[in-house]
Design a protein around this ligand. Structure first.
Ligand code: FE
Ligand code: FE
Ligand code: ZN
Length: 283
C-alpha cells in the first residue's frame, strides 16, 4: 500500500466579517486559503452583532470538511488594556470578555490582541494593567487560546520585544490559555532581524518558548528594520524581502503554523499572494 503524505502550508488572509461566518469560509475557499483572520466586531470597537448559531455551525462544518488550520479572531485594535484611563480599560475588559464568550461558538480557535500602549505611565505599570485584565477575563473552561501580538513599538506600544511579552505571560495565572502571534512586519519594525531568522527565533525561544508561538502574520514592511512605524506592504513591495519571507514560511520551527496575510490587498491580490507563498513552500 502506498501512503501519500500531503503536507502543505496553512495560509490565509484577513477577511471582512460583514456577511457572517459561513460567507468568510466560502470566501477563503475561493481564494485558496485554509485559515483566515477576522475582526470580532467593527475594528473601531463598537457593539458586536448577535451571533447566529446556525451560521457558526455551518462555518464549523466547512472548516472541518476542508481541514482548515485554526482561525484567528482579532480584537478591535482601538482597545487599550494598558490605558491610564479606568473607563478605557474597563471598555477593553468588557469587550474582550464578551468576545471570549462569543468565541465558544467556534471552539478551539485563536483570539489575538494588541497588548496595549502605556501612554507615558511606563512599561512596568502598563504591563501590570494588561496582566490584571487578562487575569480577570481568562477562564479555565475556555477553549480559545488568547494571543499577544508582537508589536512594532510605535508610540508607547508594549510588546515591542520578546522580553516585554514574556513579562506579561509570567504574570498571567491561566497562562496555559495564552500564546503569541508573530507579525513579521512588526518584529522587523521593532528591530529584530528576519534575515538572521535562526538567531531571532533562538531569542524568542529563550525568552518566551517556541511552543507559545501559535500563528504568524506574514506581512512585508514599507520601512527599514527598527523604524517603529508599522506600515504593512504587499509581498514583493517592502524592505524585508521575499527571500527572507520564504525562509520564514519554511523554517522548521514555524512551518506547521497558520500564516495569515495582512497586506494591503483586495481579494484578488490576496489570492495571488496565497498562490505565491504556496509555490514557495517546500513540503
Ligand atoms: Fe494586529
Ligand atoms: Fe498583525
Ligand atoms: Zn501592523
Amino acid at each position: 500500500m502506498i501512503f501519500f503524505i500531503i503536507t502543505s502550508i496553512y495560509i490565509g488572509c484577513h477577511l471582512s466579517s460583514s456577511k457572517g461566518f459561513k460567507a468568510m469560509g466560502e470566501t477563503a475557499l475561493e481564494i485558496g486559503a485554509d485559515t483566515f483572520q477576522f475582526f470580532t466586531r467593527n475594528p473601531r470597537g463598537s457593539k458586536a452583532k448577535d451571533i447566529d448559531p446556525q451560521d457558526a455551525a455551518e462555518l464549523r462544518k466547512l472548516l472541518a470538511e476542508h481541514h482548515f488550520a485554526p482561525l484567528i479572531a482579532h480584537a478591535p485594535y482601538t482597545l487599550n488594556p494598558a490605558s491610564a484611563d479606568p473607563k478605557t480599560r474597563e471598555f477593553a475588559l468588557q469587550t474582550m470578555q464578551d468576545d471570549l464568550v462569543r468565541m465558544e461558538y467556534l471552539p478551539g480557535n485563536l483570539y489575538n490582541f494588541h497588548p496595549g500602549s502605556h501612554v507615558g505611565q511606563g512599561v512596568e505599570k502598563g504591563t501590570d494593567l494588561i496582566i490584571s485584565l487578562l487575569n480577570e477575563i481568562l477562564t479555565k473552561d475556555q477553549t480559545t487560546t488568547v494571543l499577544l501580538e508582537t508589536m512594532a513599538g510605535k508610540g508607547s506600544e508594549i510588546g515591542r520585544s520578546f522580553d516585554e511579552l514574556k513579562r506579561i505571560l509570567d504574570g498571567v495565572k491561566l497562562n496555559n490559555k495564552m500564546g503569541v502571534c508573530l507579525d513579521t512586519c512588526h518584529v522587523h519594525d521593532a528591530g529584530y532581524s528576519l534575515a538572521t531568522l535562526d538567531g531571532t527565533l533562538e531569542e524568542f525561544d529563550k525568552q518566551i518558548g517556541l511552543t507559545r508561538l501559535k500563528a504568524v502574520h506574514i506581512n512585508e514592511s514599507l520601512n527599514p528594520r527598527g523604524a517603529h512605524k508599522d506600515r504593512h506592504a504587499v509581498i514583493g513591495g517592502g524592505q524585508i524581502g521575499t527571500d527572507t519571507l520564504t525562509r520564514v514560511i519554511n523554517h522548521p520551527a514555524l512551518k506547521h503554523l497558520p500564516f495569515c496575510l495582512e497586506t494591503p490587498n483586495d481579494l484578488a491580490g490576496y489570492a495571488k499572494e496565497i498562490k505565491l507563498l504556496r509555490s514557495l513552500y517546500r513540503d
